[in-house]
Write a protein that binds this ligand. Structure first.
Ligand code: GAL
Length: 826
């Protein structure tokens, strides 16, 4: 029977090299050193043959060294003393985040976190009864050039940090007590050249699995369940299953596919008889009908499951589960149709980085990020610019978020074709994925070479999955031949600006704005601060190249475009199916427009903790129907008494009245369809209460207020979830704020907070969203930035209480208690 064990626990980690790197060797299994059990770890000597044992004994006598090992002749040295300097870690793990920010190393694109080498090593046992099964180690993602050794054998290198890979280690393993312990050594190295122009992290940063199954089994990523046709009464589903027979002889077997509905009830079943030659693979197509299908949609993301069983001699020898959705996607001239209904793409592009964890996101952090975007009204996530962690896609499937899954680079070399295949086969059952992107802004795009490569990638993609449209994101469409024209920055000087004209002469073209806006802002910052590395939320005076320009009344040059300008562009060019904003969340690296001391990007609509910046409400206004009104800036300006302060309001309501200390400052009309959803007042500052009151059809429907606060008085903690699963992985996001005596968050507070976590939980990481902050995300102190910080609290394996204390000099401390439980269902 198939099992899939999580292999994340009990690794040892070492930063920097640990000895000579040996990948080739004269005799089998003889790479020694850390690739084998050492000293006390070892129950048994190397598994050497009898002849070698005699040679070893002779050598020991001649050398007078009873510990001499024959592997020293054939492999690397046997460093008995090299298990020092290692620390215990659980995965996922991003070792680069544990280094200090360094202005001399790492560079702005990688967020000033230096590149380097990190080793992971784990000693583990395989029970005797597993002998006779196939055992596969699966890595969901390792950053980056990784090399793997198991029990004295070099197993392989993998060169992309973004694609999943696996190794069959069946024969290399040691089974049962008699054979002894197993050792896996993984070297991760980010020094060989970057794959991206953003912080990429380092280490085994996604899950690792040990899968065990029969020699007759469903191939890895071997199912593809797709909706062929559907109406309200029934859906015709095709199940494509690739079976691998690793026995030397031909095998006769049955494939039974059962379909379970979202409640887990059996709704369809089909069975086929097959025969596959020895050491061979075979792909089988089955058709099933599901009556009264519950479709996967954005409001109701229903998920079905296909259970594939291989039956040999009346015994089930393999069971494989595929989660899928019943739905259709189609991209027409005017955009996306999900289940035959038009859906405007309201997208954000995102990297994987997050506060406190870097690129090593526990599953619940993926879920948190997706929920924050959904709350904004965003309905599509672009995986910029690479395949994501599987758990991010699971969250999108569950929560109803569309995904554009993107290939890292548009090269059709054998190695990059393998990366593309890995993404396509791994991910093609996810109903959330509505489009594949083959790459982003390749500099050679439009050339003969680029077109040849793109064609090969497109043909391969269509062969592996003909159900989804394919795009490639580019600054210009000149000379590109692709199914959906992914256009970046058509609204701005960065893009071609000719897409409208181009479309006139290509009326049959399908267009999607794959990347837009790139607007700089730092949360709660209302004036550019180049020394501190922070941009104004009104729009920065600094260009992409960091040059200060006179922007007059334009309200900011910062970045590539403003949210307003991009939205207006979309409204005037409805031939595109929607747009993706750069970016949903800030990320480390690409610190434009400033270099050091900025270590984070400024593009996020949310900061890297998931705290909303002002523009979050702009997007809520354009993407949500419910009444939204948002007021900026904060109202703590003691140095500006009597001076003019620009007050900006984002709204999707028709009219807004601004009121200061009970005095109306007038009403303004918003023309929401034309994109005029940003209203502005010049207000002579006086402390007190500023209110924006929003009306629809003359009826007040929403209001927001900003109050001048008193000085910082207390620390406050609030968790997004007060109960956690006691699985050593689950995370609660605890918002830390500094408040005044009336409980109002002090919007300019920067107090340093000290954390202490006791009981059945631990402090996983910290962040505050300040692009210019160099405090470690992995320490136990953190300053709040403009009033807020985030603490990620992770459960341990035992259930019980988790007590979080947050204190700061001169402030009333806060204590929060969470519960960690074994029986938490969601
Ligand atoms: C785009 C690019 C993104 C990011 C962005 C910043 O051109 O595709 O990865 O660099 O610019 O504005």
């Amino acid at each position: 029977m198939r099992t899939r064990e999580n292999f994340d626990r009990n690794w040892m980690f070492h930063v920097g090299e640990v000895g000579k790197i040996v990948k080739t060797v004269k005799k089998a299994g003889m790479i020694a050193g850390l690739t084998n059990a050492l000293g006390e770890e070892r129950h048994e000597p190397f598994a050497i043959g009898e002849a070698a044992r005699i040679t070893q004994n002779v050598a020991r006598e001649l050398l007078g060294d009873p510990n001499f090992e024959i592997a020293q002749i054939y492999g690397s040295d046997t460093p008995k003393d090299k298990i020092t300097g290692w620390v215990g870690v659980n995965l996922p793990h991003d070792w680069r985040l544990e280094q200090p920010y360094n202005p001399e190393r790492g560079g702005a694109f990688q967020g000033y976190l230096p590149n380097g080498v990190g080793y992971y090593r784990k000693v583990f046992q395989i029970p005797q009864e597993d002998e006779g099964k196939k055992i596969i180690i699966e890595f969901d993602g390792v950053m980056r050039n990784s090399s793997v050794w198991v029990n004295g054998c070099f197993v392989g290198d993998h060169l992309s940090g973004y694609t999943s890979f696996h190794y069959d280690i069946t024969d290399l393993l040691k089974y049962g007590d008699e054979e002894g312990d197993n050792v896996i050594l993984v070297r991760t190295d980010t020094t060989g050249g970057d794959e991206g122009w953003w912080y990429e992290g380092g280490g085994i940063y996604r899950h690792v699995w040990l899968t065990k199954h029969d020699y007759l089994h469903v191939d890895r990523w071997g199912t593809f369940v797709r909706t062929e046709r559907m109406d309200n009464e029934r859906a015709a589903i095709t199940v494509e299953t690739t079976v691998s027979n690793e026995y030397p002889q031909p095998m006769k077997y049955g494939i039974r596919t059962s379909i379970l509905n979202p409640d887990g009830e059996l709704v369809a079943v089909t069975e086929s008889d097959c025969e596959t030659p020895g050491i061979d693979k075979q792909t089988v197509l089955q058709s099933v009908q599901v009556t009264n299908p519950l479709l996967w949609s954005l409001d109701m993301p229903h998920l079905y499951e296909a259970i594939t069983e291989l039956i040999h001699d009346g015994q089930i020898v393999d069971t494989y589960r595929t989660v899928f959705g019943i739905r259709t996607v189609e991209y027409r001239q005017n955009g996306l149709y999900l289940n035959g209904k038009y859906v405007q793409v309201k997208g954000t592009c995102n990297h994987q980085d997050f506060a406190g964890v870097g690129i090593a996101l526990p599953d619940s952090v993926h879920e948190y990020k997706i929920k924050r975007l959904l709350e904004m009204g965003c309905n599509a996530y672009r995986c910029a610019h690479h395949a994501p962690a599987p758990e991010l896609l699971d969250a999108c499937d569950r929560l109803g978020m569309l995904v554009m899954n993107e290939n890292r680079i548009s090269e059709s070399t054998e190695i990059k074709l393998d990366d593309l295949k890995s993404m396509l086969y791994r991910d093609r059952n996810h109903p959330s994925i509505f489009m594949w992107s083959l790459g982003n802004e390749e500099k050679i795009s439009g050339s003969y070479q680029a077109n040849r490569m793109l064609k090969r990638l497109q043909d391969l993609t269509k062969r592996i999955d003909s159900t989804r449209p394919v795009t490639a994101a580019n600054l210009s469409q000149q000379g590109m031949d692709i199914e959906v024209n992914g256009v970046n920055y058509a609204e701005s000087i960065k893009g071609s600006q000719t897409i409208g004209e181009w479309f006139q002469s290509h009326p049959e073209a399908k267009v999607l704005n794959t990347e837009n806006v790139s607007f700089f802002s730092a949360r709660g910052v209302y004036e550019d601060d180049p020394e501190g590395g922070r941009c104004s939320s009104y729009g920065s005076r600094y260009t992409m190249l960091g040059k200060e320009v006179d922007v007059g009344n334009l309200g900011g040059a910062g970045g590539t475009s403003t949210p307003e300008r991009s939205w207006r562009y979309f409204l005037n060019n409805r031939f595109s199916g929607g747009l993706f904003v750069w970016t949903g969340f800030d990320y480390r690296g690409e610190t434009t427009p400033f270099q050091w001391p900025s270590v984070l990007s400024h593009f996020g609509i949310l900061d890297y903790c998931g705290f909303a910046k002002d523009s979050y409400y702009f997007y809520q206004s354009i993407w949500k129907d419910e009444p939204i009104v948002h007021l900026m800036p904060h109202w703590n300006w003691p140095d500006r008494l009597g001076q003019q302060v620009e007050v900006r309001v984002y709204t999707n309501c028709s009219e807004v009245e601004l009121v200061l200390n009970g005095q109306s400052l007038g009403k303004k009309q918003a023309e929401t369809e034309a994109g005029e959803i940003t209203l502005s007042w010049q207000v002579a500052y006086e402390p007190g209460l500023l209110e924006a009151i929003a009306y629809r059809d003359g009826v007040m429907v929403a209001a927001e207020r900003k109050e001048t606060t008193m000085e910082a008085y207390s620390v406050h903690l609030e968790a997004n979830r007060s109960e956690l699963l006691a699985d050593g992985q689950d995370v609660s996001m605890v918002t830390v704020s500094v408040r005044d005596q009336s409980g109002r968050v002090v919007p300019v507070a920067g107090n340093l907070i000290r954390f202490h976590v006791a009981g059945e939980g631990k402090l996983l990481g910290l962040g505050n969203g300040d692009p210019g902050c160099h405090e470690s995300d992995k320490g136990d102190t953190r300053s709040v930035f403009n009033g807020y910080a985030l603490a990620l609290i992770q459960s341990l394996d035992e259930a019980g209480e988790i007590r979080i204390e947050a204190s700061s000099e001169g402030l009333v401390p806060a204590v929060l208690t969470l519960q960690s439980r074994k029986d938490l269902t969601n």
